[in-house]
Design a protein around this ligand. Structure first.
Ligand code: OSB
Ligand code: MG
Length: 372
């Protein structure tokens, strides 16, 4: 297919409630969408970066600039397959959310034209996926317990609590006391240091499914040392940027569960390769989220339908994030989200919602007749 034009669509999306983690608080997402126009039709993708470089180095403004200056020019006017986008973008180091958004849009266009749902193309095997909810740090422990109880009443059967120093054992004890049988896990977003290893190891007493990313991304050895002294499995998020990072982490024993995020690893196809590597090594994975809109969520849900996604995903219903999503809302059915069955991402982008939210569009076009 030939890429004829690319729109970079930017929209501020207020969150239903603020989301606080060890790296800061978010009240809204600075969303960046990639809309490709090709000779076989259009496609949408989401570059799941955030407004600030606090989760990792990338942020929305930088992702947009890198797309405009290098990634879009690398595909514009070209006759390519979605599988070629990664190689064309490889000269640019990092900016994996930007690359993921572009690849997603090209995949969506190609699969829509072929009438193939993304989940089927990726090798998904389920019509619905188990999901949980990631609960941010709250002003008080009582508010946390109240929020968790509300989500459990909604149907979520797995809850992830954000933790940081000063917000760990006390909230954990309270949530555990209120919900003795709840599938519970924690995520530190790299907020602890190896000097906190005793404290993190003490989380064993709360019967958690896993502890996610206690230390900095580069602290693979410290994660391996912690894993050896904890009963609770260690899961890595920020440390895992590629299949190579995954293999190294597994070789070191730094984790026994992998959180796969499309934007963090540079796209759906690299995400699938990490899934396959983990499957071959007997390591379970699950699908993480970055507070995506319905566009990125559709891709995540399709990915999470692959067989080695064995733990519930951090993919909640649209109403957990947005008053109005950019697509038809994802709804909770029991404790699952349905995998879209239409071609490509299987969703329809709501242009009225984009307009009402004040989205801005930057269009990048080929020169007529040019080819590369
Ligand atoms: O570490 O998993 C994380 C959101 C933003 C940045 C990092 C993370 C998260 C979440 C939210 O936990 C998961 C979701 O999209 O619901
Ligand atoms: Mg995480």
């Amino acid at each position: 297919m030939r890429i004829e034009a690319v729109e970079l669509v930017r929209v501020a999306m207020p969150l239903v409630r603020p989301f606080r983690t060890s790296f800061g608080v978010q009240h809204a997402r600075d969303v960046l969408l990639v809309h490709v126009m090709t000779d076989v039709g259009e496609g949408w993708g989401e570059a799941a970066a955030h407004a600030e470089p606090f989760y990792n180095e990338e942020f929305t403004e930088s992702a947009s600039l890198v797309l405009e200056r290098w990634l879009v020019p690398a595909v514009l006017g070209a006759d390519l397959r979605p599988e070629d986008v990664g190689a064309r973008c490889a000269q640019v180091k990092g900016y994996r959310a930007a690359k993921a958004g572009l690849e997603m849009a090209v995949l969506d266009a190609g699969l829509r034209a072929d009438g193939v749902p993304l989940a089927r193309y990726l090798g998904g095997e389920r019509a619905a996926v188990d999901v949980g909810v990631s609960v941010g740090i709250t002003p008080t422990v009582d508010e946390l317990v109240e929020q968790v109880t509300g989500y459990v009443a909604d149907g979520y059967r797995r809850v992830k609590l954000k933790v940081m120093s000063g917000w760990d054992r006390e909230p954990l004890r309270a949530v555990r006391a209120a919900h003795p049988d709840l599938a519970l896990q924690v995520d530190a977003n790299a907020g602890y240091t190896p000097a906190d290893a005793d404290l993190v190891a003490s989380f064993d007493e709360f019967g958690l499914l896993m502890v996610e990313q206690p230390f900095a991304p580069e602290e693979l050895q410290a994660h391996a040392d912690l894993a050896r002294r904890m009963r609770t499995p260690i899961c890595l998020d920020e440390s895992i940027l590629s299949t190579t990072h995954t293999a190294t982490a597994l070789d070191l024993g730094a984790c026994s569960i992998v959180n796969i995020k499309v934007g963090r690893v540079g796209g759906l196809l690299e995400a699938r390769r990490i899934h396959d590597l983990c499957r071959d090594r007997g390591v379970p994975v699950w699908c993480g989220g970055m507070l995506e809109t319905g566009i990125g969520r559709a891709a995540n849900v399709a990915l999470a339908s692959l067989p080695n996604f064995v733990f519930p995903a951090d993919l909640s219903a649209s109403d957990r994030y947005w008053r109005r999503d950019l697509t038809e809302p994802f709804e909770l059915h029991g404790s699952q989200l349905r995998v879209p069955s239409g071609p490509g991402l299987g969703i329809t982008v709501d242009r009225d919602a984009l307009a009402d939210l004040g989205a801005t569009v930057h269009t990048i076009r080929t020169v007529p007749g040019a080819s590369r």
